[in-house]
Structures are given as structure tokens and as C-alpha cells.
Ligand binder design. Structure first.
Ligand SMILES: [Mn+2]
Length: 320
């Protein structure tokens, strides 16, 4: 059932033992909102664990509490509440879904969240789940410690493309300002997130060379085959290299992550890419969405492009 922010706050207040989890392939918002809430609940005297069923990107190892995040290796988990952040219960939460049978509170900002869960607080107007956690902090009247602030600021800055995407609101800026007032140094976060190894710079160049344009340049993508994918340490941020191409509405990153399985990310300036992702059982937002297509790269690429081109064909050309 859908609940209010106040009710979500009350659920947290009344629980003593709480497990926090977020989506696999965790990003800055998944990690930032999870660890931010972890520190909030710890400061309230709760017993809290953060469990994420994936390897963590080491770009985020500056986040306070990063080293405490565990994978769900135990046979089963019990708690008063499982808090699921930045994802719906139906997708991408990994093994914890089978290993925990208790009450679930889901807090999310994805408009595609269908909410088949005990309690859902969803606000699709928030740019990041971290923004919602900030609202909860205010609701719970917890002081924003520097640790909380670093975590939530990181969620906000990453989900807004460092305060540049269209989801960046006055609310985002006020929330981020509050994080700076609580002791965040913006350059600590940006330098940690921007730093790249020599190999990563060469890898990115190789991936960018696969760029192709379609539909008179309104669609462009990079298509990373399995051998190239296996040689890469990350594809984080690659899609931004496509998004900035002049004339592009839909930017695509497709990568074959194992034989016959392609993971797709899309960004758009006008087209609703969440509809395209949903047609492949994926999800996301109007301007940022993703899905997995269980086909080899060439086939997955054709299927996706057919869909993208049919969708943009029905929409008027966006004014430059
Ligand atoms: Mn998010």
C-alpha cells in the first residue's frame, strides 16, 4: 500500500532491527541513500545493517560506512523492517528477496515503481532517493551529521548528473545546500567521482569509438560487445559521452554482459525512454531508463533500435 512520508517515518521509528537494501549494480543514489539512512537510524539508536547483493563500485569508497555494506550470504534474514531504497520490490534486489520474509518498506523516486509491497512511499518528483531520505531526516528530527550529509549529497549529485539534468529542482539545490552546511566539501565528492586510471581513459576511448547514429542523428548509441565488455573495469558515465552529441534525443549504451544478455541504458532529451525500457521489462524515468534484452548484441541492438525509432517516429521533433 502507498503511505505518506509521515507514515514512513513512523514505520522507521517503531522498528528496532532494520535491514537496508538497494538495487544491484548500485549507483551513487543507491549507495548514498542506503548509507545515509543507515547513519540516520544508527544515530536514533537502532540496530541497522546495509546489505546489497552486488560488488560495490570503488569510486564510492569515500562514503562513510561503505566498508560496512555486506552481501546477503546468510541463509535467512530477520528484522522488524526491510527498507528497500531506489528500486521496486519486483526488480533488481537480488537474493535478499528470497531470504527475508518480513515486512518491507519501500522508499523510491522511480515513476515506474508498481509498488507490490507492504508499504511504499513513492515521490517521482524527487530527483534522487537521497532527497527523500533528507525529507525523512527532517520528519524524524535527526541532526544531519557530516556522515549523513556526505552520503545524501552523493546521491543527489550523481542522480542529477551533478546538478545539470532536468530533474535538478530548487528543492534539490536547497537539500544539497543543507548538506554543505552540515560539512560536505563539494570537491571531496567530485574529485573522488571524477578520478580515472590510465586504463579507464583508454577503455572509454575504445568504447566511444563504437558510436553510431540513427534516425538522422536523433538516436545515437555505443554498442559494447562481449570481448570489449570483458576488458573494461566499468562503463560508468559512458552514456554521457553519447548524450552530449549534437542533435541527439535518445542516447543508448548497450553492452553484452554475458553471452546472449545485453544490458541497456538510455538517456533522452524529450522522448519518454521509460516506455521503451518497459517494453523490454525494464524501468526508469522519462529521461533515464534501462532494461535487459536476452539476445546476442546484434539482435538486441536491432530490437531496441526498431522500438526506439518507432517511438520517436510518433513524437514531434524537439526544438533545439
Ligand atoms: Mn535514484
Amino acid at each position: 500500500m502507498n503511505i505518506t512520508l509521515q507514515e514512513a517515518g513512523a514505520k522507521l521509528l517503531s522498528a528496532e532491527k532494520i535491514i537496508i537494501t538497494a538495487h544491484i549494480n548500485p549507483d551513487g543514489d543507491a549507495l548514498g541513500s542506503s548509507l545515509g539512512l543507515y547513519h540516520v537510524l544508527k544515530d536514533m539508536g537502532k540496530s541497522v545493517e546495509v546489505i546489497i547483493d552486488d560488488d560495490l563500485p570503488d569510486d564510492f569508497d569515500f562514503l562513510p560506512g561503505y566498508e560496512l555494506i555486506k552481501k546477503p550470504e546468510a541463509e535467512k534474514y530477520e528484522a522488524d523492517l526491510l527498507v528497500l531504497l531506489d528500486v521496486s520490490y519486483d526488480e533488481r534486489i537480488g537474493r535478499l528477496r528470497e531470504k527475508y520474509q518480513g515486512t518491507v518498506l519501500n522508499i523510491d523516486h522511480h515513476g515506474t515503481n508498481k509498488g507490490d509491497v507492504d508499504y511504499l512511499y513513492l515521490d517521482a518528483d524527487r530527483a534522487a532517493t537521497a532527497e527523500i531520505i533528507y525529507q525523512l531526516v527532517q520528519e524524524l528530527k535527526v541532526k544531519v551529521s557530516q556522515d549523513i550529509a556526505y552520503c545524501l549529497y552523493t546521491g543527489m549529485t550523481t542522480d542529477t548528473g551533478h546538478f545539470r539534468y532536468s530533474n535538478t529542482s530548487a528543492f534539490t539545490m536547497r537539500a544539497a545546500a543543507a548538506m554543505l552546511e552540515a560539512g560536505v566539501k563539494a570537491e571531496v565528492v567530485s574529485e573522488a567521482l571524477e578520478k580515472r586510471s590510465y586504463k579507464e581513459i583508454i577503455d572509454r576511448a575504445k568504447a566511444m569509438l563504437t558510436i553510431e547514429q540513427f534516425a538522422s542523428g536523433r538516436v545515437a548509441g555505443i554498442f559494447i560487445d562481449l570481448p570489449l565488455y570483458e576488458s573494461l573495469d566499468t562503463t560508468e558515465g559512458y552514456i554521457d559521452g553519447v548524450r552530449v552529441l549534437a542533435g541527439v534525443d535518445v542516447a543508448i549504451l548497450m553492452k553484452e554482459i554475458e553471452p546472449g544478455v545485453c544490458r541497456v541504458s538510455m538517456r533522452s532529451k524529450g522522448v519518454d525512454v521509460s516506455v521503451i525500457a518497459a517494453s523490454f521489462d525494464g524501468g526508469g524515468h522519462i529521461r533515464a531508463a534501462g532494461c535487459t534484452i536476452k539476445k546476442p548484441l546484434a539482435e538486441a541492438k536491432k530490437m531496441l533500435l526498431d522500438k526506439v525509432i518507432s517511438v520517436i517516429g510518433t513524437e514531434p521533433q524537439k526544438e533545439a
